[in-house]
Ligand binder design. Structure first.
Ligand SMILES: [Zn+2]
Length: 222
């Protein structure tokens, strides 16, 4: 664990090649993370019952789909994390609009869930946002502020607790993701959207979006 804490000081060095099969060069193409980023762990929480609904929101066989441009950013983040003996774990990627509508029905609060009828709706539905955490090389969870879908003050982007390990793990995740081209989200430490998401959303809808993002400049150096 000391190794991880120490390694965080070294973040920010140029990213090396990912060493995985490259996604399409067409950024807009939909790709399956299982195919293009096989070292990234996948546990789609809405495909089973460990979520706010306590039941699956996704159809059987749901795959972790994102746009190819977003997959490349995830591979860059994974490359960074692997230097510190960690892996990215994806809790959610593409989210069908029907699932978003069910989620909005359960948690109709804009602070946590995007209204599917408002502007671009959820950026998950455009394949440009993911929910993510980190695990160790063996896939074991590392201590983080909360579990997924914990819609309480403890799930804020900025950690307010006193556990230095949690603080270090969260900083490692956030720094790796933000260096790779993602913005954070104020109320959900696990949510990241591509910082160029407007490229992927029709201009008219993007203008109406009320997405509130946190750029990498909000991260203070450790
Ligand atoms: Zn999310």
């Amino acid at each position: 664990m000391v190794r991880i804490v120490f390694a965080i000081f070294l973040l920010g060095v140029p990213l090396a090649a990912a060493g995985t099969a490259a996604p399409s060069t067409n950024d807009f193409e939909w790709v399956n993370l299982h195919d293009v980023a096989p070292t990234i762990r996948i546990e789609l929480r809405y495909a089973a019952s460990k979520n706010i609904a306590h039941s699956p929101l996704y159809p059987c066989g749901m795959q972790p789909m994102v746009r190819a441009g977003v997959a490349r950013c995830l591979i860059a983040a994974e490359t960074t994390l692997r230097r510190y003996n960690c892996r990215l774990k994806i809790w959610d990627a593409y989210r069908p609009r029907a699932a978003q509508a069910r989620l909005w029905g359960l948690v109709p609060k804009n602070d946590y869930v995007a209204d599917p009828q408002n502007g671009s709706g959820s950026l998950h539905s455009w394949g440009v946002a993911v929910d993510a955490t980190i695990v160790d090389d063996w896939g074991q969870p590392l201590s983080m502020p909360t579990d997924f879908d914990d819609f309480t003050p403890a799930s804020m982007f900025h950690y307010n607790g006193a556990n230095p390990l949690v603080r270090s793990h969260l900083y490692l995740l956030q720094k790796a993701m933000m260096n790779a081209g993602f913005d954070g989200q104020r109320n959900e430490w696990w949510h990241f959207s591509a910082n160029d998401w407007k490229r992927y959303v029709p201009e008219k809808l993007a203008k109406l979006s009320n997405a509130v993002v946190l750029p990498s400049s909000v991260l203070s150096p450790k």
